[in-house]
Design a protein around this ligand. Structure first.
Ligand code: TRP
Length: 331
């Protein structure tokens, strides 16, 4: 039997090429080897997104984004967290086995509390229970599908460890292997994708190259990449240029060495380097953008895809939930 890979995608708008190379592409690679279950973590998003229109459209944008990037809903079970009620029932059970102290130690909660303390506010100001118990819901997401591996970024590793803790204390309590203990799948070579200003590409730095922007906007964005004041004539070191780092993501090795030679030879200005980058990026993104636009043009069809995923997911979730309820004496 194939092993199970599962990951949750928090719906935050405007996917960018950092998301693509950091999360989407590796998860889609993994889906070739594993039995993959990928879902939109919409209830996790509700903790912070209180505007209904924004949440509604972000959920669709992110789902369309993953499909446009190549997620095949015939092969991957693709669904929305909110459509699997078993997840929330499991969350309630997990709550009984989760030490409050464990949640106190969660990085996201600790950071929010520390920020409050620094400002002289009440420690828990503005912190809702959804944020505080975030790791329990996430553990339920994972455990409900008997997941073997959870591809995530480094920032999520602590959450996976908490899911392991919770599953293990349940197994220990009932003295049986009822729940599968998941492993984190952190990409080792996850190179940092540089943003327009050379810092890590991130929405919070406002330095991203969006995945689905129209061609003109894409070009303008790439032209905004910051450069040093080297003249056209000066030879340039490709290994010190974020323009070249980005180019490498989109070009094959022959193209990379040809362009590196032009950097080193001198006579190529930054404008031209950006033009080369734009051409390479646009070549890759054009078909993805077209698919994205056509998926977004038919939201009912998109919702149907997610609904089909739900149909496949729920019986699996119900099995795991019932296994635990029996062991616990609830069934
Ligand atoms: N917390 C994850 C993030 O912020 C999203 C997520 C929710 C998730 N549930 C999950 C990831 C389960 C992996 C498994 O990116």
């Amino acid at each position: 039997m194939k092993k199970i890979s599962l990951t949750g995608i928090k719906p935050t708008g405007d996917l960018h090429i950092g998301n693509y190379f950091g999360a989407i592409k590796p998860a889609l690679e993994l889906a070739k080897e594993y039995d993959a279950r990928y879902f939109i973590a919409d209830y996790h998003a509700l903790n912070t997104m209180k505007d209904p229109k924004e949440l509604h459209s972000t959920i669709r944008q992110v789902a369309a984004g993953w499909l446009a990037c190549g997620l095949d809903p015939e092969k991957v079970i693709f669904y929305r967290q909110s459509s699997i009620p078993e997840v929330f029932e499991l969350t309630t059970i997990l709550m009984s086995f989760t030490a409050k102290g464990l949640m106190n130690r969660a990085h996201a909660y600790k950071a929010a509390a520390a920020e409050n303390n620094e400002k002289g506010d009440d420690t828990d100001a503005g912190i809702n229970m959804g944020l505080f118990t975030y790791p329990v819901l996430m553990a339920a997401d994972i455990i409900i599908f008997d997941s073997d591996i959870v591809p995530v970024g480094k920032d999520q590793v602590q959450h996976i460890e908490m899911a392991q803790d919770i599953a293990q204390s349940i197994n220990a309590n009932y003295n049986q292997q009822i729940l599968k203990v998941p492993q984190a799948g952190v990409q080792e070579d996850s190179a940092v994708i540089p943003g327009l200003d050379g810092r890590k590409m991130s929405k919070s730095y406002n330095n991203v190259i969006p995945l689905f922007a129209p061609e003109k906007t894409l070009r303008k964005t790439i032209m905004r990449i910051t450069t040093n004041s080297q003249t056209v004539e000066e030879p340039k070191n490709p290994d010190e240029s974020q323009i070249f780092s980005l180019y490498k993501l989109f070009a094959d090795t022959n193209e990379q060495s040809a362009l590196a030679a032009r950097y080193r030879a001198g006579g190529m200005g930054w404008g031209e380097a950006k033009e080369e980058l734009f051409n390479a990026v646009n070549r890759t993104l054009s078909p993805i953008r077209e698919r994205y636009d056509s998926i977004m043009a038919d939201i009912p069809a998109l919702d149907k895809i997610l609904e089909n995923g739900t149909q496949k997911a729920r019986p699996i979730a119900a099995d795991v939930l019932n296994r635990l309820k029996k062991a616990a004496g609830i069934l």
